[in-house]
Design a protein around this ligand. Sequence first.
Ligand code: SF4
Length: 299
Amino acid sequence: MAHACTLCPRACKVDRRAGEKGFCRAGSLPSVALACLHRWEEPCLSGSAGAGTVFFAHCNLRCAFCQNQAISQQDAGTEISISRLAAIFLEQQARGAHNLDLVTPTHYVPQLIDALSLARRDGFSLPVVYNSNAYETEATISSLAGQASIFLPDLKYFDDIYAERYSAAPGYFAHASRAIARMAEIAGPPRFDAAGLLQSGVIVRHLALPGLAADSRRILEWLWRTFGDDIYISLMNQYTPVHQAGRFREINRRLTTREYDRLIDYALGLGIENCFIQEGRTASAEFIPEFNGAGVDSY
Ligand code: SF4
């Protein structure tokens, strides 16, 4: 890790190894809040056994509606060594996970690469899913070539007004669009195994926010125009007005079924076929994992 952290577009230039903290508040050792089998990712990732999810603490965004704010914006999580992180990767494989699903990993990319190297030396061979918010630099994404084969980025906003208002992320779309384009170059078109599990490719998630239909449509248009069917899109309806969403009256409610259905119709109308949608009402705090440190330990 460089002395002056520029891993993400915030370019805080703090020396994390010397204990300095930037916007994300991450230190130099990876901090993990939960390692578990996750059955609620997209079906081609969760399969029958589950994705081998590792939730990292801290985040380089400040989403007002973050459903994981206990770990993203507070200091929950346990700092562990690189060798312990490598052991967690191997444990996920031993549990029967279909892949290793690294959630909110941006601020720990160099540490992840080191841990993957150690784990592979000891027999780790699962596909690696890089599950991020896409507020990232092309250089950081490029460093993942040969490390991650599946990219699962969010694409949250088209218009910077919303990115700044709800996530304190200036220039979000400009950065995220370049990062996703680089992910698509690295991963190539989607490739599945005989059981229908994704082995390589890109799935872009878009969480539809209440009242932001026009912004969601512009995101779909850009994705379709740029990538066509070379990526999958996952349209998510699970927005829940948790954390500080109440500060913004317009997003202090769930998405309606009609809003979500209209967005699906719009995607289909554009010609998008590689699209995951969520059935029924998934917007509930019950779907938020309990970040209790299970599977982490600190040795
Ligand atoms: S990863 Fe964290 S410390 Fe580094 S530039 Fe981004 S927000 Fe700042």
